[in-house]
Design a binder for this molecule. Structure first.
Ligand SMILES: Cc1cc2nc3c(=O)[nH]c(=O)nc-3n(C[C@H](O)[C@H](O)[C@H](O)COP(=O)(O)OP(=O)(O)OC[C@H]3O[C@@H](n4cnc5c(N)ncnc54)[C@H](O)[C@@H]3O)c2cc1C
Length: 390
């Protein structure tokens, strides 16, 4: 069963443990959030996390941007894009309310976010997005090349323009996950650390969750292990390694929160203590870091690119010392939208955020918990997130 040992203790069979209403795989922000909302609905929940604590995967390794999008809207399906826009803005508002109500300390601040264009072509695409956002009532601003240069304090000519969204926020995602985990535990969710889910088997009624710590029966299962979902047979989620770094405190640079260049090629923000968090540039790796699971290894070309990025774009940011550098594994879907819903009777998924989970997870988890409980979600899940869309 769970080990290579050829002996198999009879007492550790599936019947030894009480069945829960829901087993959740993964203790990142997603697993914690779905556990919290299911527990609030009165469900018994066990969360299995293979590492020693919460948020040790992407949720504790990301860039700290909580930026509702999408901001590059192309193609004809504007209705779906509108739904996603509303959903993500709603998630950010929900996070703000939750943080205020619960007094959560996660450095949440609404500095806004600017999406930058590296070329005229990219700027044209941003203009299309701006129009859609303005039609929807979002007070976004288009910044021309000179305005960007002035506001970013960048070298002349490096950016062709930008789209500023004041709804963009920045935060400490690990701190939020820890706080949510405390509330999930208070609501009754049980967390099993250092417990890896090896596979999930259909049982007579419900499922047997086969783990490194034995068998746990559950009425239903939620895959909240994002990049690693493929290892349990979930198709359509591909692991992609991201990389980021933090500098020593720099001179105060920007009076807005965060910046991104298209395709998340690079993204950065300045923390209140002056340090700059910068991530991206995985295109500098020949594989684009697709299929990479190793969090212990930095890609040398991505590291070199990140280390020289600030120097090449901003005259005031020369020769900053790097205080820390890390990687994390993201789960990408084929179209960049997450998978939120039922995969087969009793098996649910919440993942595949394609590097953009922060403005999705909380509302998606609440809505999914309602669906699991047979209720109408207060905020409907966008059609674009349906797992059966492929
Ligand atoms: C470098 C980087 C920068 C990013 N920047 C941003 C950003 O600025 N803004 C943004 O919105 N998003 C960003 N993201 C993406 C964001 O971090 C993710 O979308 C989000 O954290 C996903 O949360 P999660 O809980 O689904 O996954 P994770 O936090 O990865 O959690 C999954 C957990 O499942 C566990 N697990 C896996 N398999 C098993 C198993 N079989 N049994 C038990 N446990 C298992 C893992 O150990 C892990 O803890 C970034 C990601 C990276 C890596």
């Amino acid at each position: 069963m769970q080990s290579r040992s050829r002996t198999r203790p009879f007492w550790l069979s599936a019947g030894s443990r009480s069945e829960v209403d829901a087993a959740v795989v993964g203790g990142g922000m997603t697993g914690v959030a779905i556990a919290y909302f299911l527990a609030l609905l009165g469900y018994t929940v066990r969360v299995f996390e293979e590492r020693g604590s919460f948020a040790l995967g992407a949720s504790g390794r990301n860039g700290g941007h909580l930026s509702p999008g999408p901001l590059e809207i192309s193609g004809a399906d504007h209705e779906r894009a509108r739904e996603v826009l509303r959903f993500e803005h709603q998630t950010v508002r929900q996070i703000q309310e939750f943080v205020d109500q619960e007094g959560i300390r996660c450095d949440l601040r609404f500095g806004g976010h600017v999406r930058l264009a590296g070329s005229e072509e990219e700027f044209e695409a941003l203009k299309g997005s701006a129009q859609l956002l303005q039609e929807e009532g979002y007070p976004v601003e288009l910044w021309g090349a000179e305005e960007v240069e002035r506001k970013l304090k960048s070298y002349p000519g490096v950016f062709a323009g930008g789209l500023f969204n004041p709804a963009g926020a920045q935060w400490n995602p690990a701190a939020f996950t820890y706080a949510l985990a405390e509330r999930a535990e208070e609501a009754g969710a049980v967390f099993h650390f250092r417990t890896r889910v090896l596979r999930v088997e259909q049982a007579q009624s419900g499922f047997h969750v086969m783990t490194s710590a034995g068998v746990f029966p559950a009425k239903r299962v939620v895959y909240a292990n994002n990049a690693w979902a493929g290892r349990l047979g979930v198709e359509r989620i591909t692991p992609v390694r991201g990389q980021a770094l933090v500098t020593e405190p720099a001179p105060s640079m920007w009076d807005f929160g965060a910046s991104t260049v298209p395709g998340a090629a690079a993204y950065w923000l300045q923390l209140p203590n002056g340090k700059i968090v910068l991530g991206g540039l995985r295109s500098l790796s020949p594989s684009k870091e697709v299929g990479e699971f190793n969090e212990e290894q930095l890609h040398p070309a991505v590291s070199a690119g990140l280390r020289s990025f600030l120097r090449h774009h901003f005259p005031a940011l020369q020769d900053l010392q790097i205080e820390a550098e890390w990687t994390g594994i993201m789960g990408f879907s084929p179209d960049g939208n997450p998978l939120v819903g039922e995969l087969q009777p009793g098996v649910w998924i919440l993942g595949g955020y394609s590097g953009h989970g922060m403005p999705v997870i909380l509302s998606a988890a609440e809505a999914l918990a309602a669906l699991i409980a047979g209720k109408e979600p207060q905020i409907p899940i966008p059609q674009a997130y349906r797992p059966d869309r492929f």
